[in-house]
Design a protein around this ligand. Structure first.
Ligand code: MG
Length: 158
């Protein structure tokens, strides 16, 4: 068994859809990024890569590369799972915490879990997502952005 941790943060900007966990969430702003800004998937990928000792998302999918511009982060998640497959690593479970003052995440969590499970080819019971606010404090409290923490446990079957 191997454990990995991931953390990601993105800034809210105008004129962009808000996409988290592969779900388009109705909101007046989206997240700034070279990719689609899906901080849930980015934190999850980093947790998975960390568990497999495969570095981090930036080294595999650099934000300087044209091919990753505005990319659907679900593609990055599928590619991350392929990297883990290549090392005979299988997911045991993942636990994700979204820290956002707004919008409300709870109505979208079931859809996020279904999407992540589909892309990772695992049962939804292996993925947990929860959300919290920062009680109005700091950059999250001022609704300047969103942070996501992820932990993943994997089994090395090789
Ligand atoms: Mg990111």
């Amino acid at each position: 068994m191997r454990i990995g941790h991931g953390y990601d943060v993105h800034t809210f900007i105008e004129d962009r859809p808000l996409i988290l966990g592969g779900v388009i969430i109705p909101y007046d702003r989206g997240l700034a990024a070279h990719s689609d800004g899906d901080a849930v998937i980015h934190a999850l990928c980093d947790a998975l890569l960390g568990a497999a000792a495969l570095g981090d998302i930036g080294s595999h999918f650099p934000d300087s590369a044209k091919e990753f511009e505005n990319i659907d982060s679900r593609i990055l998640l599928r590619r991350t799972m392929e990297l883990l497959d290549g090392k005979s690593c299988r997911l045991v479970n993942a636990d994700i915490t979204i820290v956002a003052q707004a919008p409300k995440m709870k109505p979208h969590i079931a859809a996020m879990r279904a999407i992540l499970a589909e892309d990772m080819r695992v049962d939804t019971g292996m993925i947990n997502i929860k959300a919290t606010t920062s009680e109005g404090m700091g950059f999250i409290g001022r609704q300047e952005g969103v942070a996501v923490h992820a932990v993943a446990l994997i089994e090395d079957t090789g």
